[in-house]
Design a protein. Structure first.
Length: 382
C-alpha cells in the first residue's frame, strides 16, 4: 500500500451500493455502517444517510491489483499538493502480493489474526517474513485509508516500517501521509532518512521541497526542487519551484515576526505596529476557530503582508480580491496603520480556510468551505 497509491487505487476495485427505501441506488467506496447512519465516499464527496432511509447495503468484492503505480490517484490526494502546484509522484512503489492482500482484508474487515501470524514469523526470522508482515500492514493501511480513516492508516504504515525500517518506498509513503496532514516537520524526518538511503531519489527531493515550503523555509524548498529537477525534470516541480523563487525574491527584504502559531513577513512599507496587531488578532482567532472546529493545525501558518501592488504582482489576483490563501495567508495592507473591521473579517475568513483545508485533508467541497469561512467571519443569512 502507499498513501500515493493503494489507499486510493482500491476505490476502483471495491464499490458498495447503498439501496434506499425509495428505490434509489447510490454507489460509494466502502460503505460504513454505525448504529444509526450509513456513510461512504462518492465522486462528489462523502455522503452520510440515516439508517431510516436505507433499505440495505450491497457490498462489492475487495481486491487489490497485483501491481500499481503512483499514476492511480484520487481527487483528494491531488488536492493536497495542487495548492503549491505539485502533483503526486509517478514512479512505482511498494508492491503488495495480492495473496497477502486478500488474506489481510476480507469480509469487509481486517484479519488481525493473520497479521499477528505474519508478525510472529518475522520476529522468528523466517525467510521473507519481514516483507510479508510489512505487506500485510500496507494492505491494512490501504483499507483504512479507503474508509477515510487516515490516522488508522498512518498507524498501519508505521507498523509496516517497523519490519522494513530501511525501505525507501515505505519511508516515502509515511512521509507523504504526514504531508497530506500538513505535518511538515514529521514528514521531513522520514524524508531525511530516505535521502541517506537513496541520495539520488527525485521523489524524496520533490517531497522534501514540499515539506520545507510548508514550513515557510523557501530557500531550502527551492534547493530541494532544483535537485529533484536535475534528477528527473517534471513540469509541476518547475511550477512549484518558480513560485517559491518569486516568493523568496519578493520577501528577501521583508521584516519578520513570529508567535506560537504564525510566521509573519511584511514589507518595510507596512507599519510594524500593524504587523504586531495582526499577529495578536490572528492568535485570538486561532484559539476561537480551534475550539469551534475541534482541530489545531500542527505547523505554524505563514502570513505575508503586501503593499497593494506587491499583492497583485505576486498573486495575479483580480483587483477586487481582498486576500488569498494558497497555504500561506497573503494579505494586502497598503495604506493601513491599524486593523480595520474589514481587515479583521478578512483575516478570520482566510484563517478558517487554513483550518478546514488541513482538518479535511483537502476533501471539503469548495462551496461548503467558503460557506463556513463566511459564517466564521460573521456573515449570516438569518
Amino acid at each position: 500500500m502507499s498513501f500515493f497509491v493503494l489507499s486510493y487505487a482500491i476505490i476502483d476495485a471495491r464499490a458498495d451500493t447503498i439501496v434506499l427505501k425509495n428505490g434509489r441506488r447510490i454507489t460509494v467506496s466502502v460503505a460504513k455502517e454505525t448504529s444509526d447512519r450509513v456513510t461512504g465516499e462518492t465522486d462528489a464527496g462523502q455522503i452520510s444517510l440515516p439508517k431510516s432511509m436505507v433499505e440495505r447495503v450491497e457490498h462489492g468484492p475487495f481486491e487489490l491489483p497485483a501491481s500499481v503505480t503512483r499514476s492511480n490517484q484520487s481527487a483528494a490526494t491531488n488536492e493536497s499538493a495542487k495548492r503549491i502546484g505539485l502533483a503526486p509522484t509517478s514512479q512505482p512503489v511498494f508492491v503488495i502480493n495480492p495473496e497477502i492482500a486478500r488474506a489481510t482484508v476480507h469480509g469487509g474487515s481486517i484479519d488481525y489474526g493473520y497479521i499477528a501470524q505474519l508478525e510472529r514469523a518475522a520476529i522468528a526470522g523466517t525467510p521473507d517474513s519481514a516483507n510479508r508482515a510489512a505487506a500485510a500492514h500496507e494492505a491494512a493501511a490501504a483499507y483504512e485509508a479507503n474508509k477515510g480513516d487516515l490516522d488508522a492508516a498512518a498507524d498501519q504504515e508505521m507498523q509496516a516500517l517497523r519490519f522494513l525500517p530501511n525501505d525507501v518506498n515505505l519511508l516515502v509513503d509515511v512521509a507523504f501521509g504526514h504531508l497530506r496532514r500538513s505535518e511538515y516537520s514529521r514528514a521531513l524526518d522520514y524524508l531525511t532518512r530516505a535521502e541517506r538511503l537513496a541520495p539520488d531519489s527525485a521523489d524524496v527531493a520533490k517531497l522534501a521541497g514540499w515539506a520545507y515550503y510548508g514550513m515557510n523555509r523557501l530557500t531550502e524548498a527551492v534547493t530541494e526542487w532544483k535537485r529533484s529537477q536535475k534528477l528527473r525534470p517534471e513540469p509541476d516541480v518547475a511550477q512549484a519551484m518558480a513560485k517559491a523563487e518569486r516568493d523568496a525574491q519578493t520577501e528577501q527584504n521583508f521584516r519578520e515576526g513570529q508567535t506560537n502559531h504564525f510566521v509573519l513577513k511584511y514589507s518595510g512599507a507596512a507599519e510594524p505596529e500593524l504587523a504586531g496587531e495582526i499577529l495578536r488578532i490572528l492568535e485570538i482567532d486561532f484559539d476561537q476557530i480551534s475550539a469551534m472546529l475541534n482541530y489545531s493545525p500542527p505547523e505554524s501558518i505563514g502570513v505575508i503582508l503586501y503593499t497593494g501592488q506587491q499583492f497583485q504582482d505576486m498573486t495575479q489576483a483580480p483587483s477586487w480580491v481582498g486576500a488569498m490563501n494558497d497555504g500561506r495567508l497573503r494579505v494586502p495592507v497598503q495604506g493601513l496603520t491599524s486593523v480595520t473591521d474589514q481587515l479583521s473579517r478578512v483575516l478570520r475568513h482566510e484563517l478558517t480556510h487554513s483550518f478546514i483545508q488541513q482538518k479535511t485533508r483537502g476533501r471539503c467541497p469548495t462551496w461548503l468551505q467558503e460557506g463556513i469561512a463566511q459564517w466564521m467571519e460573521g456573515r449570516r443569512s438569518g
